[in-house]
Design a protein around this ligand. Structure first.
Ligand code: PEP
Ligand code: MN
Length: 332
């Protein structure tokens, strides 16, 4: 981090400022030019409040030259993180598709969909039991019963499973779940992130609706700083001024995150578009951009789905998507 001082800052003020920085555990490197004086802060500056520094009278501007996330940062961990779930590996160059319904609706529904997505090449089964719905009157999920059906589908098909956790108090229910999903709305629920950081289960962290990539990585940092290195990042579309799609898929998040971090990256074109016919083209884009996999909503009867039917693919549409993305991944 560098702090550029205003013209006319006195020697005494510089001394005061450098000792204040040093009290915060960093070393200071003073550089006095003809026009500008700069203090370079050396060491771990992640806890330094840049806005507070910027607000000081003698400060012209402050710039971070190293990112505030350390454990998620590729600079400190050049090799890709590889996460194992069952006999599936994520982040090693292979391509994994997590597919299934938005919500688990019944035992037969999840088992039927699990078999269909497995036959089409999905390697992980998804299904929501705790649903973060905008309306409190909308279907909230089957909760504990839903997780029970999901585990039955896992036993029936052998597919590892992912499902969303909204409250750390529910953790005991997730014992047999392979990947914990943190939804977009909870990306900055820091107490939840810290609690998941105390487990050793892989966590799929979805980007918040209006979050920057740095904020996503800082949320990953929360989980990792609490001791759990098994974080998977997920781009699921962000809110923009465009209304033709539910969200706007930020495809460039994939190469940017790849550069900044060693964590695996999953693209979710279902929530990004909200429209079933746009899911395949955006799945192809995410694959071409270099994602480690996709998360796709599939339903045997989208019209009757209890949530997100408009964006859910039928098993036949999903199979078609899988063939397209397999070709793209092979071409890479
Ligand atoms: C979901 O995966 O069903 C979901 C609610 O996703 P998001 O948190 O990205 O909206
Ligand atoms: Mn959904």
């Amino acid at each position: 981090m560098i702090a550029i001082l205003k013209k006319g800052t006195t020697e005494n003020e510089i001394k005061e400022l450098t000792s204040w920085f040093e009290e915060q555990g960093v070393r200071c490197h003073l550089s006095k030019g003809d026009y500008q004086t700069i203090i370079g802060l050396i060491g771990d500056t992640s806890h330094i409040d840049t806005e507070l520094v910027e607000s000081l009278d003698m400060i012209e501007s402050v710039r971070r030259i190293s990112e505030p996330f350390k454990k998620a940062n590729r600079k400190f961990h050049p090799d890709n993180t590889v996460i194992k779930v069952g006999n599936v590996t994520i982040g090693d160059g292979s391509f994994n598709v997590m597919a299934g319904p938005c919500s688990i609706e019944s035992e037969t529904q999840i088992i039927e969909i699990a078999k269909a997505v497995k036959a089409a090449g999905a390697t992980i089964l998804r299904g929501g039991a705790f649903k973060p719905r905008t309306s409190p009157y909308a279907f909230q999920g089957l909760h504990e019963e839903g997780i029970k059906y999901l585990i039955e589908a896992k036993e029936e098909t052998g597919l590892p499973v992912i499902t969303e956790i909204m409250d750390a108090r529910h953790l005991p229910l997730f014992e047999d779940v392979d990947i914990l999903q943190v939804g977009a709305r909870n990306m900055q629920n820091f107490e939840l992130l810290k609690a998941l950081g105390e487990t050793d289960k892989p966590v799929l962290l979805k980007r918040g609706l209006s979050s920057t990539l740095t904020e996503l990585l800082m949320s990953a940092e929360y989980i990792m700083a609490s001791g759990n290195p098994n974080v998977i990042l997920c781009e699921r579309g962000i809110r923009t001024f465009e209304t033709a799609t539910r969200n706007t898929l930020d495809v460039s998040a994939v190469p940017v995150l790849r550069e900044l971090s060693h964590l695996p990256i999953i693209v979710d074109p279902s929530h990004a578009t909200g429209v079933a016919r746009y899911v395949k083209p955006m799945a192809m884009c995410g694959t071409a951009a270099g994602a480690d996999g996709l998360e796709i909503e599939v339903h045997t009867n989208p019209k009757a789905a209890l949530s997100d039917g408009a964006q859910s693919l039928t098993p036949a549409e999903f199979e078609d998507l899988m063939q397209a993305v397999a070709k793209i991944h092979a071409a890479l």
